[in-house]
Design a protein around this ligand. Sequence first.
Ligand code: HEM
Ligand SMILES: CC(C)=CCC/C(C)=C/CC/C(C)=C/COP(=O)(O)OP(=O)(O)O
Length: 323
Amino acid sequence: MKECHVVGERSVVTTAVDAPRDRHARRPAELLKAYAGLIKPRVIELLLVTTIPAMLLAQRGIPSPWLVIATLVGGTMAAGSANALNCVADADIDQVMKRTRARPLVRHTVSNRHALVFGLVLGLASFGWLWATTNLLAAALAVATILFYVLIYTLVLKRRTAQNIVWGGAAGCMPVVIGWAGVTGRVDWPALVMFGIVFFWTPPHTWSLAMKYKDDYARAGVPMLPVVARPEHVSRQIVLFTWLMVLWTLLLVPATGWLYAAFAVLAGAWFLVLAHRLHAATKRGEKTKPMKLFHMSNTYLMVVCVALAVDSALSLPVVGWPF
Ligand code: HEM
Ligand SMILES: CC(C)=CCC/C(C)=C/CC/C(C)=C/COP(=O)(O)OP(=O)(O)O
């Protein structure tokens, strides 16, 4: 059975004694599967979805398809590097948590050393690719995000504070800024508003998941909010961040058309109802389904991003400042 010791304030898991061991992947299909597992493709999918509307809004139309593809390829390389390095840093706790026990480094289908080299090379490649195909600002922002996510979130915040994902979540907000910079070579106020949308979206996304997996996180010594706080406090925080997120989406309206504005209000109202329902059920001490809110958080972000992308691609008349 695994043991988890808290050394200083950082939880350190001793070597697992019964983690399933595979042999190192050798055949091409095994290698592909193993390295794909390192980059967490499901997460990258929505990270990229947030990048596309940022590029369309920056252009207020349709940027060159090559620029969009080049930015998405660079973003995938950067996020893949960040996730692979995260897997190396978290190999000790991933073998303790049921949710992450099938990951390549836990199953030993890839060695830690190969995963580290893979993550570092992919990160350097993302910098070179983005510099060559977009601009130096976008490339620099991508590498800064990798460094922040691995060194600040994964190695410092994640194992030390219940606010880990609030501040560490900033890494997940960077694809929109990188997409904007890829088109304009600058970071203008709409990019910062989009950063804020994902920033306030992240706690409902992660805390709903962590409500389901809190025993896993507790076993690994990760102080996610549901591990250290009562369910009612967590659901109240989810409602608070959901309100902040919905109100923040309206700040983008002066730079968009009515289509985005309508979906931001409708999708926001829908997600607020879900968050309040979870909080009400939690307060009553009823059995809740936080994973429904987790999956709906991805749906919400996808809907808002698609509405923004269509609104921008069609160059709908901009609503402008109401005063
Ligand atoms: C620090 C910030 C974040 C944390 C701690 C976090 C946490 C997680 C965790 C633990 C999972 C489950 C992964 C697994 O078990 O395979 C997950 C899945 C996912 N995350 Fe996040 N996330 C964060 C930010 C983001 C951002 C910014 C996005 C996209 C913009 C995102 C999109 C997704 C998607 C699409 C999935 C897969 C959902 C599924 O498998 O159904 N996450 N997230
Ligand atoms: C452009 C660029 C470099 C983007 C990088 C942004 C990025 C990789 C965000 C990831 C967000 C995320 C899934 C965090 C979960 O980490 P975790 O360690 O809490 O999740 P886990 O417990 O599933 O490993």
